[in-house]
Design a protein around this ligand. Structure first.
Ligand SMILES: NC(=O)c1ccc[n+]([C@@H]2O[C@H](COP(=O)([O-])OP(=O)(O)OC[C@H]3O[C@@H](n4cnc5c(N)ncnc54)[C@H](OP(=O)(O)O)[C@@H]3O)[C@@H](O)[C@H]2O)c1
Length: 316
């Protein structure tokens, strides 16, 4: 049995794609396993179906745990349940950005912890409807020593989902590549309240992107993540913004819904890293503070709904 911690959009996508009876949701520590969760699943291609996912109890032995909480809830979510599971059970972290994975690894270095980077896209336009809005790839790689030999078997295990999954030995490098794109698009879309492509012509973007890319380049070099020049990073960010021009980023969607964003694990992570490494990061700091302010303001103002589409080009 595969346990899924975080019954949101991504967790429900995995539960819907894995064969029936292979996966169940892990309840919070204070919650007893309740009735099965039923929802409609609209696949990227094909007919809508109904999915019925059980909640797991202490008697359920898990072969694998997928953690699909938001980055800000991940440490607490794992801490609440991890002692229930055998020490050798692999745990795969699906969070965007960086920082949440490192916190988990620092606390449980002796557990087989892996991280995933995915370009799948899922959203819940209604509470009982899960839409697979974009197909993509998922890379899985080891974060701790006990996980070193596990990416291949984990991928084989999850291949029954029909999703495209690859083993990736250097998963941190892949998380960095996505972090760069997220850092250069998401905060602008949230601050400007616009789809990805519309940031490019804005004065906020035009006035700060070169500074941001200098910061990203210096942070990558100092972290051993490559020698990419600022211009090359800007080009990569703009290619993705063009290719996903009509999409709403997860950060803009969170602000519109009045939910906490993942800014602390994107530009906020880069700001904290800059302090540790002695690299000035004024643009990352400004974007982090402004999104934090926006997010706390919007939590007071709205409970509106918005689709989650993120950075994937293959969307409906
Ligand atoms: N959705 C995507 O397409 C996608 C794509 C790539 C990466 N990601 C990344 O995947 C992560 C999850 O994204 P998402 O869109 O699935 O978010 P989401 O829809 O907000 O789902 C997160 C789920 O975690 C639950 N949760 C929070 N604290 C918990 C706890 N202590 N124990 C158990 N469950 C808990 C939440 O429950 P409540 O709602 O009750 O709080 C919610 O159901 C994020 O880091 C995101 O960046 C998502």
């Amino acid at each position: 049995m595969i346990g899924i911690l975080g019954a949101g959009a991504l967790g429900r996508l995995w539960a819907a794609c894995l064969p029936a009876g292979r996966a169940g949701f892990i309840p919070r520590p204070a919650e007893l396993p309740g009735a099965n969760t039923r929802y409609r699943f609209r696949p990227f291609d094909g007919q809508e179906t109904t999915v019925d996912v059980p909640w797991l109890g202490p008697e359920d032995a898990l072969e694998l745990i997928l953690v699909t909480t938001k980055a800000g809830s991940t440490f607490e979510a794992i801490a609440g349940v991890i002692d229930r599971f055998a020490r050798h059970t692999p745990v795969v972290l699906f969070q965007n950005g960086l920082g949440s994975q490192q916190a988990v690894v620092a606390q449980w270095p002796d557990r087989p912890i892996l991280a995933a980077s995915t370009t799948e896209g899922a959203n819940r336009p209604e509470p009982d409807l899960l839409v697979h809005a974009g197909t993509g790839d998922t890379w899985i790689g080891p974060m701790t020593e006990p996980a070193q030999g596990l990416p291949g078997t984990t991928v084989n295990f999850l291949n029954t989902s029909g999703l495209t999954i690859h083993a990736e030995q250097d998963i941190v490098q892949r998380l960095w590549q996505k972090l760069i794109i997220n850092a250069g698009i998401n905060p602008y879309t949230a601050l400007l309240d616009c789809p990805n492509g519309d940031i490019l012509a804005s004065s906020l973007y035009q006035g700060t992107i070169n500074g941001l890319c200098h910061e990203l380049s210096a942070l990558m070099r100092a972290s051993g993540q490559g020698e990419d020049a600022p211009d090359a990073l800007r080009q990569r960010i703009e290619t993705v913004a063009h290719n996903t021009a009509g999409n709403t980023s997860s950060m803009r969607a969170d602000v519109l819904k009045g939910r906490t964003t993942e800014i602390d694990f994107i530009n906020g992570y880069l700001t904290r890293l800059g302090k540790q490494l002695g690299i000035n990061t004024p643009v990352n700091q400004m974007l982090t503070q402004r999104v934090q302010q926006l997010s706390s303001h919007s939590q007071e103002q709205t409970n509106g709904q918005s689709p989650f589409q993120d950075l994937h080009p293959h969307r409906r």
